[in-house]
Design a protein around this ligand. Structure first.
Ligand code: HEM
Ligand code: NAG
Ligand code: NAG
Ligand code: NAG
Ligand code: NAG
Ligand code: NAG
Length: 327
């Protein structure tokens, strides 16, 4: 009898079957190697095209990934559209009119559905896309294990509670990270993602005109940067959605200049500059400002931690056909 190589269903080697009903499922670097061999190529090409069209997209995908994973883990919940009967995370404060890049994920998904239908989860697509985006912007590349599955729920309440705000203290932001299994080093390292991209004026404007109700600018903000920002963000409501670069020195390059800016009192968000206001984090900032390779290495490691938060594996969740809705 002819040997049938497909006698077993094509389920990659990612589960360890224990006694009885106990199955231990994990992520795996080779998860899609046989089921979707062109996966990396497809993701890389779409991300490359999107950044070629709009350099800001590298930053936007990185923020999308952070907001995806920090709220109840990496389960693709942020990608779900609201419907008349379902209120998801897209329109929660912190995401609405702020997170960008959903169309890029849709394009990758559409291409993957042609190459390998119903195989690659939307949350794996996001994790893969941000890795390519950071790399294309000049940053590090990291080993990423795969096999995450998409959740079937989302929570706007969770998004509001769990996404850090730029107006919060370092202590509160750190608490949000540690409640997920990240630590204070991850706060410093992942904040380095602000080496690319833009922020709307309302996210830092109180630092320019009326810091903490003092009627004066934030004294920890460099004077010449203050002047530039006051020009970009005049003290009137209609400037709220104007954009300013998070790193004005190398805005589209993923490097360690973000940390040099903090040392120079040139952090844009209050939560950025706050990293210099605590002995522990300030020492790390100094470290990364001096050693770009140390930052690259640590950023890759922290991104892996972020990408593995609360993942669904095995039979949990599903593989969405369309990232905007559950099957
Ligand atoms: C530590 C707490 C953090 C706070 C308080 C924070 C806050 C913010 C704010 C207020 C903006 C501007 C949003 C807007 O104007 O619409 C922003 C942008 C951005 N954030 Fe964060 N962030 C944090 C951590 C992170 C992390 C961990 C990442 C990624 C790993 C990240 C990546 C980005 C990027 C790339 C942008 C620019 C996005 C674009 O240009 O489209 N942030 N962040
Ligand atoms: C992978 O892409 C190549 C072209 O780059 C194509 O020839 C091949 O058929 C694709 N393989 C699969 C399994 O889709
Ligand atoms: C190119 O980027 C612009 C935003 O800068 C966007 O409106 C447009 O849809 C993008 N086009 C493609 C083909 O991605
Ligand atoms: C930081 O300040 C120093 C001294 O004022 C200056 O030489 C350097 O260019 C600044 N670095 C950045 C990244 O602005
Ligand atoms: C933290 O730094 C301040 C000066 O900014 C210093 O007075 C204090 O002793 C330092 N604390 C620790 C624990 O190193
Ligand atoms: C600075 O980096 C070195 C690794 O090169 C590490 O051993 C040290 O603990 C770091 N210091 C801080 C304060 O993060």
């Amino acid at each position: 009898m002819k040997h049938n190589p497909n006698k077993f269903p094509i389920v990659p080697l990612f589960c360890i079957f224990l006694l009885g009903p106990f199955v231990l499922c994990q992520l795996d670097y080779k998860f899609y190697d046989t089921t979707c061999p062109n996966l990396t190529k497809i993701v890389r090409y779409v991300v490359w095209s999107a950044i070629a069209n709009d350099t800001r997209m590298a930053a936007s995908l990185s923020r999308l990934h952070f907001h995806e994973c920090i709220v109840n883990g990496c389960d693709g919940s942020l990608l779900l559209d609201d419907t008349s009967t379902f209120k998801g995370e897209k329109n929660a404060g912190g995401n609405r009119n702020s997170v960008r890049g959903y169309e890029v994920i849709d394009t990758i998904k559409a291409n993957l559905e042609k190459a390998c239908p119903s195989t690659v989860s939307c949350t794996d697509i996001v994790a893969l896309a941000v890795r390519e985006a950071v790399y294309l912007a000049g940053g590090p590349y990291w080993p990423l294990s795969l096999g995450r599955r998409d959740g079937v729920t989302a929570s706007d309440k969770a998004a509001i509670e769990q996404i850090p705000s730029p107006f919060e203290s370092l202590e509160k932001i750190t608490a949000k990270f540690t409640s997920k299994g990240l630590d204070i080093k991850d706060v410093v390292v992942l904040s380095g993602a602000h080496t690319i991209g833009f922020a709307q004026c309302f996210t830092f404007k109180q630092r320019l005109f009326d810091f903490d109700g003092s009627g004066n600018p934030d004294p920890t903000l460099d004077a010449s940067l203050l002047q530039n920002l006051q020009t970009m963000c005049p003290n009137q409501d209609n400037s709220d959605t104007n954009l300013a670069p998070l790193d004005p020195v190398t805005t589209t390059k993923f490097d360690n200049i973000y940390y040099k800016n903090l040392v120079n009192n040139s952090g844009l968000l209050q939560s950025d500059q706050a990293l210099m206001g605590d002995n522990r984090t300030a020492a790390m900032v100094m470290n990364y400002s001096k050693y770009p390779f140390l930052f690259s290495k640590d950023f890759g490691e922290s991104m892996v931690k972020l990408s593995n938060l609360g993942v669904l594996t095995g039979q949990d969740g599903e593989i969405r056909k369309n990232c905007r809705m559950v099957n």
